[in-house]
Write a protein that binds this ligand. Structure first.
Ligand SMILES: Cc1ncc(COP(=O)(O)O)c(C=O)c1O
Length: 418
């Protein structure tokens, strides 16, 4: 498949099924781009959007408070639990990462802390600051010159062949080398998506980095754009480790793809006594009532339908099925990740990968077979295909997904052998 013109034209979508204008049906096996957490066309969400649009669609936060934003903030803070004080809104995950980075720099003003340390591979967004902290060479191609800035960036890579993400020791050796007294913030994805296909930051690494940040006065920024709001079978990726991040960056699943919104959940220790929203400013549409109403309806639906525990149960079932497929296809690795954020690594010679990456071939074959899955990875070592359906997927839809994925994989690997 080359270029957007070769793509099918979408007509409509309901639940986990998407239909194109030729009437072909696709199982949405990757929730769009891992954002449509509660499925497409949920009536409760459409009604909430319609209701709000009859009342007011835009009111600027400098002129009015609005009820959907206030209710959403209360709900987000109650989901996040103790240790967080405020929610700052934006229109995307990328903008929310920018907000977190700006807040971190404001917090560290006057301390001499000017270095941000992130991991490689990682992906934090397409805007300049978010891309600057991303360990994603293909997405940085040709634009490195735009990604400078006053803050210095350092990246930590894994020293272990078998592990894609760095260990606590890998992190500590970089943090010690750059000088702990200059570290402003540490940025990480608890479970990786676009760059590392479901690779997990170990719990001991999360806890160790929390301790490090506490001991030197650095901030811990957790990018939960893909992991946040239930996909992992827990509300957040950091939940399992029991740590509180200083800044939780969210997007995608917050509104389940219904309308653009992102939220930075600000820890109590950040900018004490100061309103983070006032310091970080924002964009024209940040905190608009319509997107907030959609997000509120999505989170309410997630909670009321117990989709977080459902992600755990269905995820365990899907993982078993994908593991069986991997056992019969030697170059396909068993799934990484948690809950319904699952990615399968693929082994391929780097030279062949450069011309015909197998993950792209699987994604294209899946599309021909009526299934959407998502390619991820930054190179031959990390290339993966992600299988991350909506948390609402039913058992018979999982069966359809598996049958179509099996066909796509066998076509792709048959082509490989020709
Ligand atoms: C972990 C992570 N952070 C940030 C982003 C950027 O979010 P957005 O595409 O909404 O700007 C993404 C998008 O894929 C992501 O997966």
């Amino acid at each position: 498949m080359t270029g957007a013109s070769a793509l099918p034209m979408v007509a409509r979508a309901r639940g986990v099924m998407v239909v194109d204008t030729d009437g072909r049906e696709y199982v949405d096996g990757c929730s769009g781009t891992i954002c449509v957490n509660i499925g497409h066309g949920v009536p409760e969400v459409l009604e909430a959007i319609s209701r709000q649009s009859q009342l007011v669609t835009f009111a600027h936060r400098s002129q009015f408070r609005n009820q959907p934003v206030e209710d959403l903030s209360a709900m987000v803070l109650s989901i996040a639990g103790p240790g967080y004080k405020e929610v700052v809104y934006n229109n995307s995950g990328s903008e929310t990462m920018e907000t977190a980075l700006r807040l971190a720099m404001h917090h560290q003003a006057g301390t001499g802390r000017d270095i941000i340390v992130s991991q490689r591979p990682s992906y934090h967004g397409m805007t300049a600051g978010a891309l600057a902290v991303s360990g994603h060479p293909p997405r940085r191609r040709n634009v490195d010159a735009l990604l400078g800035g006053a803050a210095k960036l350092e990246q930590v890579s894994s020293s272990r062949d078998a592990e894609i993400l760095p260990s606590l020791e890998d992190w500590m050796s970089v943090l010690e080398r750059v000088d702990p007294a200059r570290v402003a913030a540490v940025v990480l994805e608890p479970v990786g998506g676009a760059a590392s296909g479901g690779a997990e930051t170990e719990v001991r690494t999360l806890r160790g980095l929390r301790e490090f940040c506490d001991s030197v006065g650095a901030l811990l920024i957790a990018d939960e754009v893909m992991t946040g709001f239930g996909r992992l079978g827990e509300w957040f990726g950091v939940s399992k480790s029991g740590i509180v991040a200083d800044l939780l960056v969210t997007g995608k699943g917050l509104s389940g793809g219904y309308l653009p919104i992102g939220a930075c959940i600000v820890g109590e220790r950040v900018l004490p006594g100061v309103s983070a929203a006032e310091v970080s400013l924002g964009h024209t549409m940040s905190g608009n009532p319509l997107a907030a109403a959609a997000a509120l309806a999505v989170l309410t639906y997630t909670r009321d339908h117990r989709l977080v525990s459902r992600a755990r149960e269905v995820g365990a079932h899907l993982r078993r099925e994908l593991t069986l497929i991997a056992q019969s296809v030697p170059l396909l690795r068993p799934p990484r990740g948690r809950g319904l954020l699952l990615g399968m690594g693929i082994e391929q010679d780097p030279v062949e990968f450069a011309t015909t990456p197998l993950n792209r071939r699987i994604v294209d074959a899946a599309l021909r077979n009526g299934l959407l899955v998502y390619p991820s990875g930054v190179d031959a070592r990390t290339q993966s295909v992600m299988v991350c359906p909506p948390l609402t997927i039913r058992d018979r839809e999982v069966e359809m997904l598996i049958a179509r994925f099996t066909r796509a994989v066998s076509e792709s690997f048959a082509a490989e052998r020709v």
